[in-house]
Design a protein around this ligand. Structure first.
Ligand code: NAD
Length: 487
């Protein structure tokens, strides 16, 4: 364990100031298993102070013009970009993800989130209709809602938190954000840049702590009319219940059990590396990761052979080594949970083709106590198995065979989730047909994770309620009014 003197100690950011907390939670470095940071264990009192600060400055911030807010968002983006390397190092250490992923995905996307909403806020138009027989015109007007509560998970810490903060403040709301207690460091680092960017004190407040204490206090606060949440379906159910007495507006971005469907005319030279990436990127800890791969029977054996060979090329180890592809999982408990899925599959008669329990995992001496696991491919799993039904959220993917288009659509839709799906085929008619019938908020064909932030993002069924994106986030973070003028 690290010497207590060396621990990084975070503070809440309320009303433009860093404020110590009366109690703290330990935060681990997943790649070493050491405690390295202490995170405020905030509760009602801290949330109350943050909501008050956000409420007090709302009249000032909401009356700024979109272009004034846009300039501030762009400045903040520039400052994060200036410090990109320090943010990437911190994200990798705090979360266990590889430095390469943090450098090329997490932090650049956090920068882009601010730039994107700084631009998109300038381009919205409202509606207007005429009713000449009544001598009237009608138009809509949109206004920020107030104090937004933003709750984010641990898998893409700054990336997902800024995906909420940027549209919320661009629209003129003020915010109280609560990042995951397991990954709070980059949010704290961002707070240090707010003043320099010109964000007035109180516009962005960050309260650190657990979901049960800090998260619930935010969800139950009567002066927070909207909650944007990304996390598990189970937590979303709890948030829905707790916020119901206040009739809050909710945006819920939840888990997935995403299928990839590979038809026998797919270009395997593209499909295999991309599907290995969609299964194992960020240790499989992305809500959009593929975890059920349906392969048409004629190419099943060849696919499996080439897929396993490709998966074995992925190097697992010290996340700060730029040649490593798979870092550490978020926690010891999560690692155990993911491993248990593999054990259950084996007990049910499935075959583990590579990874956990099959191949040796060699780790550098400093990482022996870290939470590592090799990319694992399981075949011959039954559709009813928990490995095919539940979100595993780790480096584990199941590969099964199918015969017909009709059959695979039914099987792909046969889970409670509906977040993302991937279809691989050279037949353009088929990709459209299948895409239309999949119960999934996002369908990628012959690619994965290519995103245009203008368009809606979100899930169906147990994967969420609401969508985020340029227009969708604008609508969520503003209240619309219809005004009629008689002339
Ligand atoms: P989680 O639901 O455990 O926690 C998410 C956040 O909610 C954390 O900040 C946590 O402290 C907070 N929280 C927990 N209990 C709460 C409560 N009762 N009230 C208020 N807040 C509470 O999820 P996680 O384990 O951090 O993240 C992994 C999950 O997130 C996976 O299911 C994954 O699929 C999902 N996810 C979804 C998306 C998406 O865009 N759809 C993106 C990333 C992750």
């Amino acid at each position: 364990m690290a010497h207590p003197q060396a621990l990084l100690v975070l503070e809440n950011f309320i009303g433009g100031k860093f404020v110590p907390c009366s109690s703290y939670i330990d935060s681990y470095n997943p790649s070493t298993g050491d405690i390295y940071c202490r995170v405020p264990d905030s509760g009602k009192e801290e949330v109350e102070a943050a909501v008050k600060a956000a409420k007090d400055v709302f009249p000032v911030w909401s009356s700024k013009s979109p272009s004034e807010r846009s300039q501030i968002l762009n400045k903040l983006a520039d400052l994060i970009e200036r410090d990109l390397e320090a943010f990437a190092q911190a994200e990798s250490k705090d979360q266990g993800k590889t430095i390469t992923f943090a450098r090329t995905v997490d932090i650049p996307r956090a920068v882009h989130n601010f730039r994107f909403f700084a631009s998109s806020i300038l381009h919205h138009v409202t509606e207007c209709t005429e009713m000449p027989t009544m001598g009237c015109v009608h138009y809509t007007s949109r206004a920020p809602v107030g104090v937004a509560g933003l709750i984010s998970p641990w898998n893409l810490p700054l990336y997902l938190l800024t995906w909420k903060i940027a549209p919320a403040i661009a629209c003129g709301n003020t915010v109280v954000a609560k990042p995951s207690e397991m990954t709070s460091v980059t949010a704290w680092m961002m707070c240090k840049l707010l003043e320099k960017a010109g964000v007035p004190p109180g516009v962005v407040n960050v309260v650190f702590g657990t979901g049960a204490k800090a998260g619930e206090a935010l969800v139950c606060h009567p002066d927070v009319p909207l909650i944007s949440f990304t996390g598990s379906t189970l937590t979303a159910q709890r948030i829905t219940e707790r916020s119901a007495p206040h009739c809050k507006r909710l945006s819920l971005e939840l888990g997935g059990k995403n299928p990839a469907i590979v038809f026998d005319d797919a270009d395997l030279s593209q499909c295999i590396p991309t599907t290995v990436r969609s299964s194992f990127a960020n240790q499989g800890e992305i809500c959009l990761c593929t975890s059920r791969i349906f392969v048409q029977r004629g190419i099943y054996s060849e696919f499996l052979k080439r897929f396993v060979a490709e998966a074995k090329k992925w190097k697992t180890g010290n996340p700060s080594d730029p040649t490593v592809d798979v870092g550490a999982l978020i926690s010891k408990e999560h690692l155990e949970k993911v491993r248990n899925y593999v054990k259950k599959a084996q007990a049910e008669g499935a075959r583990v083709l590579c990874g956990e329990g099959v191949d040796p995992l060699a780790l550098p001496p400093g990482n022996q106590k870290g939470y590592f696991m090799l990319p694992t491919v399981i075949a011959e799993v039954k559709d009813e198995s928990c490995c095919m039904q539940e979100e595993i959220f780790g480096p584990v993917t199941c590969v099964v065979a199918f015969d017909t288009e009709e059959e695979v659509i039914k099987r792909a839709n046969g889970v409670k989730y509906g977040l993302a799906a991937t279809v691989w085929s050279g037949n353009v008619g088929r990709v459209h047909r299948v895409a239309h019938r999949l119960q999934s908020g996002l369908v990628w064909t012959n690619c994965w994770l290519v995103r245009d932030l203008n368009l809606p993002f979100g899930g169906m069924k147990a994967s969420g309620i609401g969508r985020e994106g340029a227009k969708d986030s604008y609508e969520f973070f503003t209240e619309v009014k219809t005004i009629t003028i008689k002339h």
